[in-house]
Design a protein. Structure first.
Length: 337
């Protein structure tokens, strides 16, 4: 099987990778991915987004930029959610095809297959994590809950998003243009590509760990992210609560008829403390649920109307050699006067 593209092809391949406190392993990663891209593609770039590192990650990358080609580094002033950092990189990348790759956990070998899949007529390629597709390696509550969420998400939003989709993805320029103007793009990176309705392909890969540290899975962060994705992607929660509110109102009407019936046909009416307390409990539960969801939507509206920048780049550096720039600035001797 032939890998990669024709060396004379004019396609530009971009790889976007957020990094944070990667001093111990970023050198090995950049050496490996630079070698692969340089061997397979004529034009490429590696876009790194430093997400608030507190070690010497930036210094290590800038040292490597002196010997490795086409590496761009954007250092953020403060840490932002990891998935949002991918969108920062997508905004800076100029490739005809752009690959998002988690430098800490995603392998680089699938890049060749992903580009080949893009040439089969699709605009999006999703990498599916094998550990989230099967339980052969042992039961994982986190992965099981992830599958449940994605199935529920697909059901309520009707978006064609594959289950177990990871951060390892490929987008064509058309796919990127379809969502970069979305005001909620920094929060919706896991699902936003599905909004376009463009064709996609999938492949399965095995995750790795370059950091050497145990992977900490935060259930609280995952639950918060799940609610955020549902609230920002669909009006379904509001519609559901609208029906709940109507049901509560209808129950109040029935209860009113019940009170009238008791007073008409019963000579001695009890004080009704239990029934009244139960009614108040149910009504207040519905009321506060509605207020909670409305507060979430209002909070998002307030944040949007403030027009504050989501991130700020404090430092920007590039490799000493940029292949495309070098070629565009060649002066032929025979043209000199």
């Amino acid at each position: 099987m032939k890998h990669g593209l024709n060396p004379q092809s004019d396609v530009l391949v971009s790889v976007v990778s957020p990094i944070c406190n990667a001093e111990s392993w970023i050198g090995e990663y950049l050496q490996a991915i630079s070698a692969l891209l340089a061997h397979e593609y004529k034009d490429y770039e590696i876009v790194l987004v430093d997400n608030g590192s507190t070690d010497n990650t930036v210094a290590v990358v800038e040292q490597l930029q002196q010997e490795l080609r086409n590496i761009q580094l954007y250092s953020l002033a403060r840490s932002i959610p990891h998935e949002s950092a991918f969108v920062v990189g997508l905004e800076q990348a100029i490739g005809d095809v752009v690959i998002t790759l988690d430098a800490a956990y995603d392998p680089i070998d699938p890049i060749l297959e992903m580009v080949q899949l893009a040439y089969s007529g699709v605009d999006i390629v999703y990498g599916l994590r094998s550990d989230r597709l099967s339980q052969k390696g042992g039961f994982s509550l986190y992965n099981w809950l992830s599958q449940i969420f994605f199935r529920f998400y697909r059901q309520i939003t009707k978006e064609n998003l594959p289950i177990a989709a990871s951060t390892l993805r490929l987008y064509t320029r058309r796919a990127i243009n379809s969502f970069l103007d979305n005001s909620d793009r920094y929060s919706l990176f896991p699902v936003i590509a599905a909004f376009s309705g463009l064709r996609y392909q999938t492949f399965t890969y095995q995750r790795l760990n370059r950091t050497g540290l145990p992977t900490n899975q935060s259930y609280s962060a995952a639950i918060s992210r799940a609610f955020r994705l549902i609230f920002l992607s669909s009006h379904y929660p509001l519609r559901l609560l609208s029906f709940t509110a109507l049901a509560g109102a209808f129950l109040n009407v029935i209860y009113s008829f019940y009170v009238l019936f008791v007073n008409l046909f019963k000579s001695k009416v009890a004080e009704g403390w239990t029934t009244l307390s139960l009614q108040n409990s149910v009504m207040f539960f519905i009321l506060f649920m509605i207020l909670a969801v409305l507060s979430e939507y209002i909070a998002r509206l307030v944040m949007t109307n403030q027009n504050r920048p989501f991130y700020f780049v404090t430092r920007e550096s590039r490799s000493l050699v940029l292949v495309r720039k070098k070629e565009l600035n060649v002066v032929r001797n025979d043209l000199k006067s």
